[in-house]
Design a binder for this molecule. Structure first.
Ligand SMILES: NC(=O)c1ccc[n+]([C@@H]2O[C@H](COP(=O)([O-])OP(=O)(O)OC[C@H]3O[C@@H](n4cnc5c(N)ncnc54)[C@H](O)[C@@H]3O)[C@@H](O)[C@H]2O)c1
Length: 358
């Protein structure tokens, strides 16, 4: 039974979110769970220490004190300087993206942390703790793509009288891809939605979220990408390393100054030329194409993101605090008793971890 929950301040580059807002902390207080909030943890999202104190939280001076709680709830995967706090039996509830993070996985496995990942929780359907951030990242992808096209090829998404609109290709028409497509359509671009799920392609076409659809395979993606001004990737297979859908050769076929926004970078990236970037240094140019590969896109909209995340997390956090074996946590347990127990994560890491999902 969890009696104390720690809320450390986020330390990833540019990250200003907090996992729980004061309304969620109040729900913990009502369930007789003590919250230890690191001083200033909510500031970036517009929540003062006094806001947390007034709903029953204890404000503590150091991250270390929050990590001494039974359970730590945070936004992003622990950064290397935080690994020193790992200990046997500690429950961790956060975005982890372990398929793309072997060193972090080893640290969790070696120390015996019970690690629950937001992004692999699948009850009752979809990814209820990933979806709110995918919604925001998708909207942001269209904005960031449009912004960086100005410094790249100098193309305006909507075109002008006598000039056709820009061509945007969105790969993966789930939550993030749909929002990205809506954003690009809202700026009057021509948008092609790509997916392996034909039913989903029917829906987004029928709802006029895209101007055209394309079945996802190597050949079709090659053609679409070669003619695109902006490519946004948002394909996901739960827990697994992102499928690489765009090869280096296909990137080289793009017009110089085109832009790729690889949202799937948190799962390892869907473009052969992608590598993770930060909010401080979000882009780099390779093969003449601007790559935007930020792993915490919603972190730049903390007021909106923290409230959306907190609303999704708090019911599951209460479930976890009461009964870690609850069905409502299905899929979230990634590391337990010194082993990787999520099969897709284990398979992607190819580290020969023994899997046990019983
Ligand atoms: N970089 C960031 O800051 C950030 C923020 C939020 C989400 N994300 C990432 O965005 C990605 C998408 O998340 P989501 O919530 O939209 O997922 P989702 O499950 O809602 O959608 C994924 C879509 O990908 C499709 N897909 C799977 N394999 C495919 C393939 N080979 N080709 C084309 N489409 C394929 C699925 O059919 C589905 O429609 C995830 O990797 C997620 O972690 C990144």
């Amino acid at each position: 039974m969890v009696k104390t929950v720690g809320l450390p301040a986020e330390i990833k580059d540019g990250e200003r979110r907090v996992a729980l807002d004061p309304s969620a902390v109040k729900m913990l207080s009502h369930s007789d769970i003590v919250s230890l909030v690191e001083k200033g943890a909510g500031i970036g999202s517009g929540f003062s220490d006094q806001d947390y104190r007034s709903v029953g939280a204890q404000i503590v001076d150091t991250a270390e004190e929050t990590w001494s709680c039974d359970l730590v709830c945070k936004v992003k995967e622990p950064q290397q300087s935080e690994w020193v706090h790992f200990r046997k039996g500690l429950k961790l509830f956060a975005y982890l993206h372990l398929a793309a993070a072997p060193a972090l996985t080893n640290a969790l496995v070696d120390t015996g942390v019970e690690a629950y990942a937001f992004e692999t929780l699948t009850w009752p359907k979809g990814h209820p703790l990933l979806a709110p951030m995918s919604e925001i990242a998708g909207r942001a992808a269209a904005i960031m793509g449009a912004f960086h096209l100005a410094e790249g090829s100098g193309t305006l998404l909507g075109g002008a009288s006598g000039v056709p609109p820009a061509r945007v290709v969105v790969i993966g028409m789930g939550v993030a891809g749909t929002m990205a497509a809506r954003g690009a359509r809202g700026m009057d671009a021509e948008v092609t939605g790509v997916d392996v799920d034909l039913e989903r392609l029917y829906e987004v076409h029928e709802q006029k979220i895209v101007t055209s659809t394309l079945y996802s395979n190597h050949h079709n993606i090659g053609d679409a990408v070669a003619n695109a001004d902006l490519v946004i990737t948002a394909a996901l297979v739960t827990g697994a390393k992102a499928p690489v859908l765009i090869t280096r050769e296909q990137v080289q076929s793009m017009r110089p100054g085109s832009v790729i926004v690889d949202l799937a970078i948190d799962q390892g990236g869907s473009v052969e030329t992608s590598k993770p970037t930060s909010l401080s240094h979000p882009t780099y140019v390779e093969a003449g194409v601007i790559h935007y590969c930020v792993t915490n896109v919603p972190g730049q909209y903390p007021r909106t993101s923290s409230r959306a995340l907190s609303a999704a997390v708090i019911p599951r956090l209460l479930d976890l605090a009461r009964d870690a074996k609850s069905d409502r946590l299905a899929g979230s347990l990634n590391v337990s008793q010194n082993r990787v127990v999520h099969p897709a994560v284990a398979a992607s890491l190819q580290a020969g971890y023994e899997t046990d999902i019983s």
